[in-house]
Design a protein around this ligand. Structure first.
Ligand code: ZZB
Length: 258
C-alpha cells in the first residue's frame, strides 16, 4: 500500500520535549491516501496513550512516528543503514499534544497536535493529519473537542488551538456539497468519534463518490476532477518538500513472515 507521508514541521521555538533536537528540523509524519485534501488540514491527531519515537532520517531531519513505522521506513531508504534506525527519544503521545506545526498546502499557517482516541497503533505512522471537511472521523473528533471543555482540559488543550479552526470547503461532491464530512455527520446523526458503525458507513459514503465525482475548489488544479489530479498533487507535495512516499507492507505478508 502506497501512502503519501505528510511532513508536519514543528514550529520554533521547540517545546521542552523536543529541545534536544534544536538546530534540526523535526516533523510529525502522517500517512494519507488523500493528498488532494491537504488544502483542508486544520490540525494533527495524536493518540495520548500511544508510544511514539523520534529518529533521524538521511534527508528530512528528525521524524516522529511509531516505532513500527520507523522500522518500515528504515527499509525504504530513510536511514543511513538499511533496516537500521536509532531511537533518539521515546515520547508518550500525551506529551506531544498542543504543539504548533506547519503543514503543506493548508490555508492555516499554524495548526496544533490534538488528541484522538480512535487512532490505530498498527496503521500508518500512528499520527494522522486532520481534514474535517472531508473525513468524518476527523470532523467527529474535532466536534468532540469543541463541545467538551472537560476533554480539552484533561489534555491541556487551549481554546485557541481549536476554536478558530473551521472545516475548509476544498472539494465539491455532488449531493454532499462542499463539506461532505459535515453533511454525512449530520445526516447519520453521528454523536462522537466513538460512533464506530456510523463512522464506517459515513466514510464509505464519501470515499467513492469523492474519488469519482469530486471536484477541487482550491489551488492550481481548481475545477479539476480528483481522479485526474490526485497524482499531480502528490508530486507537487513531494517536489515542494512537504511530503515523501511511504509504503506499508500488506498485513497478510507481515503475518506470514512473522
Ligand atoms: C487525510 C484524509 C482526508 C484522510 C480525508 C481520509 C479522508 P483507510 O482508507 O481506511 O486506509 N489514518 C491514517 N493512519 C491512521 C491510523 N493509524 N489510525 C486511524 N486513522 C488513520 O484510511 C486511510 C486514512 O485513515 C488516512 O487518510 C488517514 O486519514 C487515516 F478526507 O488522511 B486520511 C473518507 C476519508 N477521508
Amino acid at each position: 500500500q502506497e501512502y503519501t507521508l505528510i511532513k508536519l514541521e514543528v514550529i520554533k521555538p521547540y517545546p521542552e520535549v523536543l529541545k534536544s533536537f534544536e538546530g534540526k528540523p523535526v516533523s510529525f509524519v502522517a500517512a494519507t491516501l488523500r493528498p488532494e485534501t491537504m488544502y483542508g488540514q486544520t490540525n494533527c491527531w495524536i493518540h495520548p496513550d500511544i508510544k511514539y519515537i523520534a529518529f533521524e532520517t538521511v534527508n528530512n531531519g528528525i521524524f516522529i512516528c511509531t516505532n513500527r513505522a520507523a522500522r518500515n521506513m528504515s527499509y525504504q531508504g530513510f536511514t543511513v543503514k538499511d533496516g537500521d534506525f536509532k531511537v533518539e527519544k521515546e515520547i508518550l503521545g500525551q506529551d506531544l499534544l498542543g504543539i504548533a506545526l506547519k503543514s503543506p498546502l493548508t490555508c492555516y499557517p499554524k495548526i496544533y497536535s490534538l488528541p484522538m482516541l480512535t487512532i490505530k497503533e498498527d496503521k500508518g505512522t500512528g499520527i494522522v493529519t486532520s481534514v474535517p471537511s472531508d473525513s468524518p472521523d476527523d470532523y467527529a473528533a474535532l466536534v468532540d473537542l469543541q463541545k467538551k471543555p472537560a476533554f480539552r482540559e484533561k489534555y491541556g488543550i487551549e481554546d485557541d488551538m481549536i476554536l478558530p479552526y473551521k472545516p475548509v470547503p476544498i472539494l465539491e461532491i455532488p449531493e454532499y456539497g462542499n463539506l461532505s464530512a459535515v453533511y454525512v455527520y449530520d445526516k447519520l446523526k453521528i454523536q462522537s468519534q466513538n460512533d464506530k458503525e456510523k463512522l464506517t458507513q459515513a466514510k464509505e459514503m464519501v470515499y467513492l463518490k469523492g474519488f469519482y465525482d469530486g471536484v477541487l475548489l482550491v489551488g492550481e488544479y481548481k475545477g479539476s476532477k480528483i481522479q485526474d489530479v490526485k497524482k499531480n498533487l502528490q508530486a507537487k507535495l513531494i517536489k515542494e518538500n512537504g511530503a515523501v512516499i511511504y509504503y506499508e507492507p500488506e498485513k497478510t505478508i507481515m503475518s506470514r513472515s512473522g
